[in-house]
Design a protein around this ligand. Structure first.
Ligand code: SF4
Length: 246
């Protein structure tokens, strides 16, 4: 392939990706300059923060399937008595990319799988637009049970449930994390920064790069956020490709 063919091929790929995300609307605004995170956030230390959980069998679960079996009947917070189904996570247990959202919604609560409703379908499209298939990433939430009425997770619920996510990340060992939505990002990164600040930087969770973007459910409510989301996942793909090339 000569230089001109390569340029045309790259342009065709870019236009196809944009069409998949935006339909007929083509986005031409220049990409914003990437900011470097000022400093990695302090890494959560599960064993120190939650001594009671440190001795629990799931902390030493050998794999995700075993861990799921150990915690799927959890009632450590009140959501354990209001959920329909426990929503552990789904995808490749050895995924290079882990996608982390906030909590199950109604569809996820009914089916026991994260991101299966309209927001999940949009997430699949977003991933496909940058050449990630749902089956090759691992998807999980901060909370494993649905908060009634899809309300925001309460601090006590996050405190009880987030150690499960920490262990999932330990087991998957992703090379990149894509955080969906402000709640998931602020929780995982231990920050109070706004979405506007968070999405323009690459963060670190225990040395794993974290990209932050809008939650697909938010995109369904506000299509104007599709454009910045497109920028974010493009940046993720670029970083991912650069890491693979080294
Ligand atoms: S939300 Fe988490 S901590 Fe609460 S019952 Fe469900 S699995 Fe347990």
């Amino acid at each position: 392939m000569d230089g001109l063919e390569k340029i045309l091929s790259d342009a065709e790929t870019l236009l196809r990706q944009e069409r998949e995300l935006y339909g007929g609307t083509i986005y031409r605004e220049p990409m914003k300059k990437q900011r470097t995170a000022p400093a990695p956030p302090a890494a959560p230390v599960p064993s120190a923060d939650v001594p009671a959980a440190a001795a629990a069998p799931w902390q030493s679960a050998p794999d995700l399937a075993a861990m799921n079996r150990m915690i799927c009947t959890c009632t450590q917070c009140a959501l354990g008595s209001t959920r329909t189904k426990f929503v552990f996570g789904v995808g490749d247990p050895n995924a290079d990319l882990m996608v982390i959202g906030e909590a199950p919604g109604a569809d996820e609560d009914a089916q026991g799988e994260p991101f299966v409703g309209r927001a999940g379908q949009l997430l699949n499209k977003i991933l496909e637009a940058v050449q990630f298939r749902r089956e090759e990433v691992y998807i999980a939430n901060i909370l494993k049970c649905r908060p009634p009425g899809n309300r925001k997770p309460e601090p006590g619920e996050v405190e009880q449930c987030e150690p499960y996510l920490w262990r999932q990340i330990e087991l998957v060992k992703p090379k990149f994390i894509l955080c969906l939505g402000l709640t998931a990002a602020q929780t995982l990164l231990r920050t109070t920064e706004s979405m506007g600040q968070l999405r323009l930087s690459t963060h670190l969770y225990r040395n794993t790069p974290v990209i932050v973007t809008y939650h697909p459910a938010a995109l369904l409510r506000n299509p104007n956020w599709k454009r910045p989301t497109w920028e974010d996942v493009q940046r993720l793909r670029k970083l991912y490709d650069e890491a693979r090339a080294t």
